[in-house]
Design a protein around this ligand. Structure first.
Ligand code: SF4
Ligand code: SF4
Length: 385
């Protein structure tokens, strides 16, 4: 039975409601991206929420004030109840977004989802050409399928959003990627440099671009932006650069438990999709209401406010801007999630970021040396982990 009851009037008056709900419907996926943000041991977690349980999560989230809903995974299309969940989201009044690899999508589904009320589909690509795309994705047919589905999404009248995860093996393709997006008549293009969590952290040395590669790519994107502006074309480009080349950390999730709520496939509720790697116990929507989890669970309250901060964050005049950075990054790089994010040049552990930058300058690993995200490799992690 799912806990969906209404709590007593909330005591935590200074905590705002979750505005974004990310429904990670499944960890199943036909692709094998070596930068996947899913947990390394995802194969140990087979207990997906039922349709009824997801409907309850959507209703509870909306009742709390969530307005934006993302369906992601894994590949959310493997869930046979996706159209039903989309229809429920529409009825509840969410603005809904499907984040998909395009594998498993058909023209009929694109249209059925639109009719059910889906607002937005984001199709991800691995590269601008079939060879590299399919090698990174671990599927011989992925590129052609993605092209076909990007066209179908556009034809169905959705805003066309294409996402490319950028790393050292495709960062030289910026102009080709943007040419492809232009041919597909994309409205928005997200060039998202790898964030080093999950499988991407495992493969960081083989994925992280050098500073020289990054600067060349940034210049290419800026030139392209100028060309688009000169041609009067509306395609919008967002280039998310890697925080490993910054001196200050990102304001991760706009602050822990401040507006983002992720529900993992098994019902674990998290402040961000990576947080289950932390040594913190997170509550499950099978056992507690979403309201109780958000406002009162130890997991969500763990890093709220700044009382938990050690120095130098505690007395830093920038702590209201970045909240000490990312807890997952602090944990992965220092072994203690309480530490300042090592991206910060004031962090005593900033040398780990500097070492990663130096390693990226000299990295030689080819695609064949990466650890691909698949059930076989995942099982090795939870057997040895
Ligand atoms: S990053 Fe790749 S492997 Fe991971 S869920 Fe997305 S498409 Fe699947
Ligand atoms: S010391 Fe902490 S709060 Fe200050 S800028 Fe660095 S990470 Fe942010």
């Amino acid at each position: 039975m799912m806990a969906a009851g209404v709590d007593a009037p909330d005591q935590a008056a200074d905590i705002g409601p979750p505005l974004w709900l990310l429904a990670e419907l499944t960890y199943r996926c036909p692709l094998q991206c070596p930068y996947c943000s899913n947990p390394l041991d995802y194969a140990s977690q087979d207990q997906e929420l039922t349709t009824e349980q997801w409907v309850s999560v959507l209703r509870q989230g909306r009742a709390m004030g969530a307005a934006q809903l993302g369906f992601s995974g894994g590949e959310p299309l493997v869930r046979q109840d996706l159209a039903q969940l989309i229809a429920e989201a529409r009825q509840l009044g969410y603005y809904s977004n499907l984040i998909t690899s395009g594998l498993g999508l058909t023209e009929a589904k694109v249209n059925a989802f639109r009719d059910a009320g889906l607002d937005h589909i984001q199709v991800s690509f691995q590269a601008s050409d079939p060879e590299l795309n399919n090698a990174v994705a671990g599927s011989r047919k992925a590129f052609e399928q993605k092209l076909a589905m990007a066209r179908a999404v556009k034809a169905a009248g959705y805003p066309m959003v294409l996402n490319f995860v950028i790393h050292r093996h495709n960062i030289h393709q910026m102009t080709d990627i943007l040419d492809l997006c232009r041919r597909l008549e994309a409205d928005y293009v997200e060039l998202a440099t790898c964030q080093y969590y999950g499988w991407a952290f495992q493969n960081r040395e083989g994925l992280m671009p050098s500073r020289a590669q990054l600067e060349t790519a940034e210049a290419a994107v800026n030139r392209y932006r100028d060309q688009l502006a000169d041609a009067g074309e509306a395609m919008k480009l967002i280039f998310v650069t890697p925080d490993y080349y910054e001196e200050r950390p990102k304001a991760c999730m706009n602050g822990w438990g401040s507006m983002f709520l992720t529900v993992a496939p098994d019902g674990t509720a998290l402040p961000c999709h990576s947080a289950r790697l932390l040594p913190i116990e997170f509550a499950n929507v099978r056992e507690q209401s979403l309201q109780s989890i958000w406002y009162h669970s130890p997991g969500f309250n763990h890093y709220r406010g700044d009382g938990w901060m050690p120095e130098p964050c505690r007395s830093c005049d920038e702590k209201g801007k970045d909240f000490g950075g990312c807890r997952c990054q602090a944990y992965l790089l220092t072994g203690n999630a309480d530490n300042p994010d090592p991206v910060c040049s004031k962090s005593p552990s900033h040398d780990r970021i500097l070492a990663a930058r130096r390693a990226a300058d000299h990295a030689t690993a080819g695609l064949e040396e990466l650890t691909y995200r698949n059930r076989h490799n995942s099982r090795l992690f939870y057997r040895t982990g």
